[in-house]
Design a protein around this ligand. Sequence first.
Ligand code: UDX
Length: 456
Amino acid sequence: MRITIIGTGYVGLVTGACLAEQGNDVFCLDLDAAKIALLNDGGIPIHEPGLVDVVLRNRNAGRLVFSSDIGAAVAHGELLFIAVGTPPDEDGSADLTHVLSAAESIGRHMTGFKVVVDKSTVPVGTGDRVGAIIGGHLALRGVDATFSVVSNPEFLKEGAAVEDFMRPDRIVIGHANDKEGERARLLMTQLYRPFNRHRERTHWMDVRSAEFTKYAANAMLATRISFMNELANLADQVGADIEAVRRGIGSDPRIGHGFLYAGAGYGGSCFPKDVRALSHTASQHDLELLILRAVETVNERQKQVLGRKVMRRFGRDLAGKRFAVWGLSFKPNTDDMRGAPARVLLRELIDSGASVAVFDPVAMDEAARVFARDFTADELARIDFVAGPMEALDGAEALVIVTEWKAFRSPDFAQIKARLNYPVIFDGRNLFQPQLMAEYGIEYHGIGRSALTRTH
Ligand code: UDX
């Protein structure tokens, strides 16, 4: 099938590459000429496992092209995907500028039937706005062409986006019930047939429900995390182990095991933005989603949990003290620093006078870029980017783990103990067994695990 993807950001590029992999003829449009030049040269602007191979293979086969030519892009696809960013506005609402201007481009250029597929995460009702804009431009131009707007939200996890796209657990498609909507449904059914081979994964619904589903999913997941983080903080006080509690409740099939890990708070681009956007949508309808407000507040506080634990142990004045920090990205397998708890930790350590030695397997360049904005030159002088996890330990009072990269899961504990000034680990992701840490003579501070923490 002939597909156009408008926007070659994270979602657009993954979607375009993965659809090309199924034999579709994919045209990726981006107005950023530098990005298009990079992609045409075989470069990939983001770090995402497996993506380079899929992009290059399909580009070389001629099934995946990158261009800034809007007219050609709209002419190419029978299905036009809108996959542009919807960053948060100051009030928390999703900024729809790019989505609406994509709609405008479509309305200005289309001549025959098109299915317009909204993949960007957009507030309920945006599909109607997109339709109105396209319809308005067609009327202005006096063009007698029909179209249908479909909502097809993405559920890609950073670091596993290619895998998630290729093996989706569900496909949500919202469409209209009129003649064009039914035609759109036929085309979407064909497009997703390769992904539904073994069992049908598509949930068909109306456009507004599909738009809502995306926000509801992320809000539910964020709620689980904040809830577990609150329980972990209480577990710390009452001497229970949140990991045992997690297993104990997760085995109830009504609860399930996923997304119950207490930690240093959730980050990334999706959860923080979508939780706020859903709250904002509610407020526009004179509703306050009390649970979601709490989810956000708890998460902001949870990002401070590591800094709090460090200061409880080493005091509020950390001048002259150095700390090793493992993991900077908001989660493993990505270099994304948006909303990363490491940024909050570093801000607190630096404000308290400490210096830090940081290591991340992938996000060092991105972190340097972000820290250049977060910190002054004087503060930056107290942040050392070191070549490996063990190098970070030399001269450090303690190790703080913020991101659960695989390479951090089974380190040489004897070496950690030998290289740190004090053998103290603050583990923001509960990677290790507290009892084993006690065996090594390492003082261990997990999240919600005080029952098992021994001090030496
Ligand atoms: C999320 C959704 O999972 C995805 O479906 C949606 O399309 C985009 O948002 P992503 O932000 O890439 O994906 O990351 P995810 O793996 O979901 O993790 C989000 C955050 O929650 C991370 O900071 C992670 O550390 C944290 N988390 C996750 C926890 O703290 N505990 C958990 O149990 C799970």
